[in-house]
Design a protein around this ligand. Structure first.
Ligand SMILES: Nc1nc2c(c(=O)[nH]1)N[C@@H](CN(C=O)c1ccc(C(=O)N[C@@H](CCC(=O)O)C(=O)O)cc1)CN2
Length: 286
């Protein structure tokens, strides 16, 4: 068996086409959605991700608001930028690019974001709203995974899902999304303390791996025909001395799985598309 590839890049492109139409409708009401980004320091990876977000904005007609601080910025300087963005009516949602330099308090920065402008959906108030089933901006990666599966007709209702990883940005919120009444999947949340991980992944119709451990899921760990989602993205240095990104799923899994969300080209582009979606939704609310 060779898995059907669930192409996140193509699906994200479809979503961006749909967003372009919604942005045009907003323009007719005199509203231009605005996404803000806060970048501290000059890490090349973070700069590339922020540039990518602004390219995405330009593609769909969202206004870009860029705030940059030097690597040695103080917490007070960062607070000031966040306070400004909270008050800026042109900014419907914004993100603080992570990771922040080690001397800054990330949790404090995330908590300073106005929850109604939290484009990443990672503010504790919004994660709390998600737990309680209230309306809230949803975290982009979990939302992107559910959207990708839905658009490729992967049945979630009644499905057994093994979710590997309990982090606050993917594993935990994704478990909450998948167990909402609208999705109705049955989720086993696995983590580093799970005994016999393979027994859980083999019993699952859908295996989602967000552990940050390259090649963690091997072909013998899934049932033939299962759907596999690779959320891992770890930078490794190859034999040629060059850096590259690798996922949590061993390439041989593609020979056994029925469907595979690959890395690259799967969850990453969907995460970016959901960030834009969160901003457009905020602008539509007025
Ligand atoms: N505030 C945030 N900070 C960070 C986030 C985030 O969602 N919010 N996630 C990552 C970086 N990131 C976006 O910021 C991001 C990472 C990877 C991709 C992506 O599309 N990756 C490609 C493969 C790698 C590549 O080609 O560069 C893929 O999966 O196809 C998008 C966004 C940390 N910080």
């Amino acid at each position: 068996m060779t898995a059907t590839i669930l192409d996140g890049k193509a699906t994200a492109a479809e979503i961006k086409d749909e967003l372009r139409v919604r942005v045009k409708a907003l323009a007719e009401r005199g509203v231009t959605p605005g996404l803000g980004t806060v970048l501290v320091g000059a890490d090349p990876g973070s700069q590339a991700y922020v540039n990518g977000k602004h390219r995405d904005c330009a593609e769909v007609g969202i206004a870009s608001i860029r705030r940059e601080l030097p690597a040695d910025a103080t917490q007070a300087q960062l607070d000031e930028v966040l306070t400004d963005l909270n008050a800026d009516p042109a900014c419907h949602g914004y993100i603080v690019q992570l990771p922040l330099p080690a001397h800054l308090d990330t949790q404090r920065a995330l908590e300073m974001i106005d929850p109604d402008k939290d484009a990443d959906g990672l503010h504790p108030v919004n994660l709390g709203r998600l737990v309680l089933g209230y309306d809230a901006p949803l975290p982009c990666t979990p939302r992107g995974i559910v959207e990708l599966l839905r658009r490729h007709d992967v049945a979630l209702r009644g499905a057994k899902v093994a979710l590997v990883g309990r982090g606050n940005t993917v594993g935990r919120p994704l478990g909450l999304l998948l167990t909402r009444r609208s999705e109705n999947a049955t989720v086993t949340l696995c983590h580093t303390g799970t005994l016999d991980l393979a027994a859980h992944t083999r019993a699952a119709d859908i295996v989602i791996v967000a552990a940050g451990v390259p090649g963690l899921l091997t072909a013998d760990m899934i049932t033939p025909g299962a759907t596999v989602v690779d959320v891992g993205i770890t930078r490794v240095i190859g034999a040629d001395g060059k850096g590259r990104y690798t996922g949590d799923v061993d390439p041989e899994v593609a020979e056994v799985a029925g469907a595979l969300v690959p890395m690259p080209g799967g969850v990453g582009p969907m995460t970016r598309a959901m960030l834009l979606t969160n901003v457009v939704e905020r602008a539509e609310r007025g």
